[in-house]
Design a protein around this ligand. Structure first.
Ligand code: ZN
Ligand code: ZN
Length: 341
C-alpha cells in the first residue's frame, strides 16, 4: 500500500491527485486519506471548537469554560476529556488540597492558532459586514493592525484557489470508513455566539457540519456533480441533498443545470465559497503536521511561484508567520472572561 503510494508520487508530478479515484473494494466502504477530514473529525464539533477558542483567549479552568460557554457540565467534561486524550489539552494540577487541575493547550493545541485566525478572517470578511469585525488584531513583531492571510511558505504570497496543484504525498491512500457519532450534525453555532461575538462561530455556521465540510472538500478538488460527490464520500443521498441545498442557500455554491433530460445539476463555488479555500488549507496543514506523522497525503504546489509549499498564516503587513504569543487583540465588545472571573 505504502510502496504504491510512494511510487505514484514519483511519476506525473503535477497531476491532480484527485483525478485518480481510490479503489473501491466491494462491501467495504473506504475514504480517501485526507488531513482535512481528520482535522474535521476533531474540530467538526462546535463545542470543541469553542472550548479551544476560549483556551486561546486564556481560559483554563472548568468553571471558567462553563460560565462563559454556558454548556451543560456533563457535555463540557466529555469534551475536555476527549481533547486531552486527542493531545490538544493537558491537565495540570494547580492545587493539592483540594486536588484541582486546569487545562492547558499543548503544542499541538497551540498550533491551531493560525487555523483559528483563518476562520476569523473568513468570518470577518463574509459574515460580519454590518457590525464590523469583533476583534482587531495587532501583530506585535511589526506593530501593525493586520489581517491574517493564508500564504505560500516559499514566496509568502497569498494562496488562492485555482493557483494550487496537488499530487499524492507519502500518506496517500484510503482507510476503511468509520461510522461513528462524528457524522451527526454539530451543535448550533448561533447558540455559542451568545457568550461573545465571534467570527470563528460565524465561519462554523457557514461550514455547518462534518458532511457539509466533506462536500466542500470535494468541490475544492474539482468534483461538482451529485453522483460523483456521493460515491467519493459515501454519503446518504438525502443527507447530500440537504447539505447541498443549505450550501446554496448560504451562498457557498451556485447550482447550475448541465443536462436537461434527465435534469442534472452541478455545484460550483461562489466567490465566498472560493474564499473558504484558505481556511481549508490552513486546516490541511495542521492535520498534516499533527495527525499524519509528517506523511502528508497531499503535496501542494503553488502555481504562482512554482514551488511545493506548506500553507502558513502570515501578517498581511509584514508577511511574517503569526503565532499565538505574537498577536494582540483589541476587543470591540466586553470581554466575558474578565466579567466572569
Ligand atoms: Zn508561492
Ligand atoms: Zn506583521
Amino acid at each position: 500500500m505504502r510502496t504504491n503510494a510512494l511510487k505514484r508520487v514519483s511519476n506525473k508530478s503535477k497531476k491532480r491527485a484527485f483525478d485518480e479515484r481510490p479503489p473501491i473494494v466491494k462491501g467495504e466502504a473506504r475514504e480517501r486519506n485526507c488531513s482535512v477530514g481528520r482535522t474535521v473529525d476533531i474540530l467538526g464539533d462546535s463545542w470543541t471548537f469553542m472550548i479551544l477558542r476560549e483556551c486561546l483567549f486564556g481560559a483554563r479552568r472548568f468553571e471558567t469554560f462553563q460560565s462563559i460557554l454556558g454548556l451543560p457540565r456533563g457535555t463540557l467534561a466529555t469534551r475536555l476529556k476527549k481533547l486531552t486524550s486527542q493531545g490538544l489539552l493537558r491537565q495540570v494540577q494547580y492545587s493539592d488540597r483540594p486536588v484541582r487541575s486546569e487545562y492547558r493547550l499543548t503544542k499541538m493545541g497551540m498550533d491551531l492558532y493560525p487555523v483559528f485566525l483563518s476562520f476569523i478572517r473568513f468570518g470577518d470578511d463574509w459574515e460580519s459586514k454590518k457590525k464590523g469585525p469583533p476583534l482587531q488584531l495587532i501583530h506585535l513583531e511589526c506593530g501593525a493592525e493586520c489581517v491574517p492571510e493564508v500564504a505560500c511558505s516559499h514566496c509568502r504570497e497569498a494562496v488562492v484557489i485555482n493557483r494550487v496543484s496537488y499530487r499524492d504525498g507519502p500518506g496517500a491512500g484510503t482507510t476503511p470508513l468509520e461510522r461513528t457519532a462524528r457524522r451527526r450534525r454539530s451543535s448550533d453555532p448561533t447558540r455559542i455566539e451568545k457568550s461573545r461575538p465571534c467570527s470563528v462561530a460565524r465561519t462554523l455556521g457557514t461550514i455547518g457540519d462534518y458532511w457539509a465540510f466533506m462536500v466542500m472538500r470535494e468541490g475544492f478538488f474539482g468534483v461538482t456533480r451529485f453522483d460523483e460527490i456521493q460515491s467519493n464520500i459515501d454519503i446518504a443521498p438525502n443527507i447530500l441533498t440537504d447539505r447541498l441545498n443549505r450550501l446554496v442557500r448560504d451562498n457557498v455554491f451556485d447550482r447550475r443545470k448541465y443536462l436537461d433530460a434527465p435534469e442534472r445539476f452541478e455545484y460550483r463555488f461562489t466567490a465566498k465559497g472560493r474564499d473558504l479555500y484558505q481556511t481549508m488549507i490552513a486546516m490541511l496543514r495542521w492535520g498534516d503536521k499533527w495527525l499524519s506523522r509528517e506523511e502528508p497525503p497531499l503535496i501542494l504546489t503553488h502555481l504562482d511561484c512554482n514551488h511545493d509549499f506548506d500553507p502558513m498564516v502570515v501578517c498581511s503587513k509584514c508577511r511574517e508567520p503569526v503565532h499565538a504569543r505574537g498577536m494582540k487583540y483589541e476587543m470591540r465588545y466586553p470581554d466575558p472572561l474578565k466579567r466572569k472571573k
